[in-house]
Design a protein around this ligand. Sequence first.
Ligand SMILES: [Zn+2]
Length: 103
Amino acid sequence: MRDKSIIAILVYNIIVVFIFAALALLFSYWWIVLFGILFMCFPKTVKYHCRVCDGCGAKGPKADTKEEALRLALIAGWTHNPLSDSDYCPECRAKDFANKTQE
Ligand SMILES: [Zn+2]
């Protein structure tokens, strides 16, 4: 799906360059090609939010908003500290619990 959309964008940009190159040749000004940049299409990166573990750097479940990412992380067993805005994945929480019980 994503590969097909990138190929479609590539073909569209090639067509735009050819049209503006033809216009540049027609009017014999090279800088007309630069106006083709205005009509080009650039792929956008897909943005998502996720919580990152402060212990090991693992990423939590992906979501569209910060609140949704926090909700999904809490469902998945993550620990969130609202005072320090820190998050810990279930493995780090288990390690921390094991260390505390040894002391
Ligand atoms: Zn962790």
